[in-house]
Design a binder for this molecule. Structure first.
Ligand SMILES: Cc1cc2nc3c(=O)[nH]c(=O)nc-3n(C[C@H](O)[C@H](O)[C@H](O)COP(=O)(O)OP(=O)(O)OC[C@H]3O[C@@H](n4cnc5c(N)ncnc54)[C@H](O)[C@@H]3O)c2cc1C
Length: 357
């Protein structure tokens, strides 16, 4: 049967869009892996810090606030930026960018007791950062989409995409799907999917980011500690279910693949974290990596392809795909339904794929 909408990609982008679009027409989601959210969407730091990112990302993340604060998906976390004595200018810029309040060292160590006063001279804090229950969010969107009649297929990688009269024919795992509109939510693979469909790629880059999970430093109860980020954004740490995750915050360009952490990058990042704290890293509980995918200007790409209006981009969410997803998915549905979208015009043009023409 002909679909109105065929979404390629069962990560947070594809599933949130599916939940919004399923009430508008017949919809199928095709996900190549065995289960949903296998790639970037299961590897994030799960933070909602709406002032983090460029203006288009911040607009979408702030616009997602009503959804998040009206749900049971957030829990308080807090956000701290710290820096060394030689970086006062950079530190003051971060204060402004993230809307933070400067703390004395004593105040900072009350919130994050392992902060090293010998290497860190500046600290600042904001309450406006929360943990997102990302698993629950993914499941919620999948449930909502199915309840509205959507079909969600896993182990269903699209391997051939053909433009036909009035839409598309897509081959996947031995089956053929047809649809009027193809929605490209394939994460790191969005340019690959576009090329399969005969649409020129937009130049996305997949940047690997690694993560280590370590035991609670010094056996502290870390549950109320904030996320702490180094002023150069070259490490961050965050409590995670009684343990801590520490990231080197690297942005190494790679070809799209099932990512894993680079040992050397991880070791160097852990060393930068250790310099800022008073407790050494004694062992790793686990490590992983994910791909953060960016358009050339690092703003998301949301909208109809300028050359083929039967092809819709939902791409380039970078490191902000969860915090921006609720508003991004609403925008997708507004644009496709021809409704007046909520964000301001300036934001819409910052997201429009046509900006790369
Ligand atoms: C280490 C790390 C930390 C992060 N921290 C945060 C954070 O704190 N807050 C935040 O908001 N965001 C964060 N992010 C970013 C966030 O995780 C991503 O922006 C988001 O998950 C991207 O979702 P997606 O659905 O676009 O991509 P993905 O989750 O990668 O989904 C794309 C899917 O498309 C599928 N696919 C590809 N090709 C095909 C095909 N041909 N046919 C069918 N399916 C296909 C893939 O299998 C994949 O499952 C972080 C990311 C990383 C890596």
């Amino acid at each position: 049967m002909q679909n109105d909408f065929l979404i390629l990609g069962g990560g947070i982008a594809g599933l949130s869009a599916a939940a919004q679009l399923a009430p508008l027409g017949r919809l199928t989601v095709l996900e190549g892996e065995d289960h949903l959210a296998h790639h970037a969407s299961s590897r994030s730091a799960a933070l909602y810090e709406p002032r983090y990112g460029n203006p288009a990302v911040v607009a979408l993340s702030l616009a997602s606030g009503d959804f998040y604060h009206g749900s049971d998906l957030l829990s308080p976390r807090g956000f701290m930026v710290v820096d060394g004595p030689e970086h006062e200018t950079r530190f003051r810029q971060a204060l402004k960018n993230f809307d933070l309040v400067e703390l004395s060292m004593t105040e900072a160590r009350d919130l994050f007791p392992i902060l090293n006063p010998e290497t860190i001279a500046f600290a600042s804090y904001a309450e406006h950062a929360w943990d997102i229950d990302t698993d629950a969010l993914v499941q919620r969107y999948a449930r909502e989409a199915r309840a509205a009649g959507a079909e969600i297929r896993t182990k269903a990688k699209a391997t051939r995409i053909t433009r036909i009269e009035g839409g598309w024919e897509v081959e996947s795992a031995g089956e053929t799907y047809t649809a009027k509109l193809l929605i490209n939510a394939a994460g790191a693979w969005v340019d690959e999917v576009a090329q399969m469909a005969g649409i020129p790629p937009l130049g996305f880059k997949a940047l690997r980011r690694s993560m280590a999970r370590i035991p609670a430093p010094g056996n502290h109860d870390v549950s109320r500690w904030p996320m702490v980020i180094g002023g150069a954004e070259d490490w961050y740490c965050k409590p995670d279910a009684g343990a801590m995750i520490v990231s080197p915050a690297e942005e190494d360009p790679v070809d799209p693949h099932d990512a894993w952490a680079d040992d050397m990058v991880l070791a160097e990042g852990l060393a930068r974290y250790e310099e800022a704290v008073t407790e050494p890293v004694t062992r790793l509980l686990a490590n992983w990596a994910g791909l953060r995918t960016f358009a050339p200007d690092r703003a998301p790409v949301i909208g109809f392809d300028s050359r083929d209006p039967a092809f819709f981009w939902l791409a380039g969410q970078g490191g902000y795909g969860f915090q921006s997803a609720p508003a991004a998915a609403e925008l997708v549905a507004d644009l496709i339904a021809g409704r007046d979208p909520v964000p301001e015009r300036a934001i819409l043009s910052a997201l429009d794929p046509a900006r790369f023409n």
